[in-house]
Design a protein around this ligand. Structure first.
Ligand code: SF4
Length: 295
């Protein structure tokens, strides 16, 4: 039986797929809003242990057809290691259709175009990239380790290799003072890059993370002021209204942290989504209670 090194995180959409830990932690681990891997240091797992887990999993679930590579940024592994893992998965699971992983812009940029194409050929067909914001200033303030330009380049590289991107942005990340820059920059970045999927999360900080987030945010001047419920709905409204991506984007705000769950395709469903947001802003639609939202 596979034993996971906890904590283990995976996107909600990977809930019914096989999760295979190929690294522990996150190779960057510096984003000031993220506390996911603060308890682990980043390391690659020995290949023999990964192969043993694959064989174990195949005994229990030989028909598995989708595999998610954990932890934080499996794309932090080198091309040769990823290739070995993907080959082993393909030879072990005859029905394998899709392999996915979290990825950072830096890790995508470190792979050559040919390497990404080869990985795609071995069924790595989806990466989850937290872009968080398209504002250069906010990305600096939260120590994202990426700029809008590097994110744009990384997403274009994934696209050129036919690897789908599921991108997330964080509402409330600029607080009350920088929310306009946050949304304007994000609209611009999404319109240019048009990831296959886009979803929103709502900023939430663990108690231990709060002081570090504030301190880093405020280094560039100005205090961080939390957005309220109406403020984040306005952000959502501005975001959806500005999105005119160069290719259709499947949009979701159904992560547990969101106060309003939306789903649609952009730009096709824009007016419906905007009227759902307007109904929430007017109080006609009830928002999810804070007590049932997971942060
Ligand atoms: S890259 Fe992702 S997992 Fe790593 S610290 Fe940043 S948000 Fe967290």
């Amino acid at each position: 039986m596979m034993l996971y090194d906890m904590p283990l995180y995976r996107p909600p959409s990977e809930g019914s797929n096989l999760i295979l830990q190929v690294t522990y932690g996150c190779s960057f681990n510096e984003c000031s809003f993220c506390s996911m891997y603060k308890s682990k240091s980043y390391r690659a797992r020995p290949m023999a242990d990964i192969f043993a887990d694959i064989e174990d999993a195949a005994r229990d679930w030989p028909q598995a057809h989708r595999v998610f590579l954990a932890d934080g940024d499996a794309l932090g592994l080198g091309f040769a290691e990823l290739k070995q893992i993907l080959l082993k998965l393909a030879e072990t699971f005859p029905d394998l259709q899709r392999v996915s992983a979290y990825a950072t812009p830096v890790n995508l940029l470190r792979k050559s175009a040919q390497e990404l194409e080869q990985l795609r050929g071995l069924r790595l067909s989806l990466v989850y990239v937290g872009i968080e914001s398209g504002s250069p200033e906010i990305l600096k303030r939260v120590t994202k380790g990426a700029s809008p330009a590097s994110i744009e380049k990384a997403l274009a590289k994934a696209r050129a290799a036919d690897i789908k991107v599921s991108a997330t942005v964080i509402l409330g990340l600029g607080g009350r003072t920088l929310w306009r820059e946050h949304i304007e920059g994000t609209v611009e970045l999404i319109n240019k890059t048009a990831p296959t999927y886009l979803s929103t999360l709502l900023l939430g900080l663990e108690e231990t993370q709060g002081p570090r987030f504030m301190q880093r945010f405020e280094r560039l001047g100005g205090a961080f002021e939390w957005q309220d419920e109406t403020g984040t709905l306005r952000e959502l409204n501005q975001l959806v209204s500005g999105l005119e991506p160069v290719r259709p984007v499947i949009f979701r705000s159904n992560h547990a942290s969101n106060s309003l769950a939306l789903a649609g395709n952009l730009p096709k469903d824009k007016s419906r989504l905007l009227s759902e947001i307007a109904s929430a802003l007017s109080g006609e639609t009830k928002l999810r209670s804070r007590y049932i939202r997971a942060f």
